[in-house]
Write a protein that binds this ligand. Structure first.
Ligand code: HEM
Length: 132
């Protein structure tokens, strides 16, 4: 499915969803990754302890969604592509990542427009992270 990403709505998501919902969505995403056999391939790319991964994705999304620049204040430019280069990411890894995030969004986000915007955004970024 071809999704068009409305960047103006992406930049309003923090206001629309609130930081608490973004945090819940991120935590649920890593809980699903941590417990789902289908995601074992990407789980093993991550550290054993996921606390920092949770914080970094939360900080990044709050800023990207128009909220406070939590990530930039702590870690500078995101340079996500470069930061993912050490990890082998191909179609399978992208699909595993998206499957976890799609479940989390379905559970944590009530508004249909927000859900659609989130999935479109995550697809766009996950596609771009592929390096294999
Ligand atoms: C396509 C599949 C993806 C895989 C397999 C993947 C895997 C990883 C791994 C192994 C790390 C390093 C461990 C860590 O710092 O937690 C990481 C870091 C990170 N990922 Fe991903 N990732 C993917 C997609 C994405 C997407 C779509 C986003 C954002 C929408 C994202 C955002 C981040 C952020 C913010 C970091 C922390 C960077 C840092 O400051 O070090 N990743 N990812």
């Amino acid at each position: 499915m071809k999704t068009t990403v409305a960047l103006d709505r992406i930049a309003a998501l923090c206001d629309r969803m609130g930081e608490a919902t973004i945090r819940r969505m991120v935590d649920r995403f890593y809980d699903i990754m941590d417990s789902s056999p289908d995601a074992a391939g990407i789980r093993r790319l991550h550290p054993d302890e996921l606390t920092e991964s949770r914080d970094k994705l939360f900080w990044f999304l709050v800023g990207r969604f128009g909220g406070p620049a939590l990530y930039a204040e702590r870690r500078g430019q995101p340079m996500l592509k470069a930061r993912h280069n050490p990890f082998p990411i191909g179609p399978s890894e992208r699909d595993q990542w998206m499957a976890c995030m799609e479940k989390s969004v379905a559970e944590c986000v009530a508004d249909p427009q927000d859900r659609q915007d989130l999935i479109g955004f995550f697809h766009m970024v996950a596609d771009a992270m592929q390096n294999r």
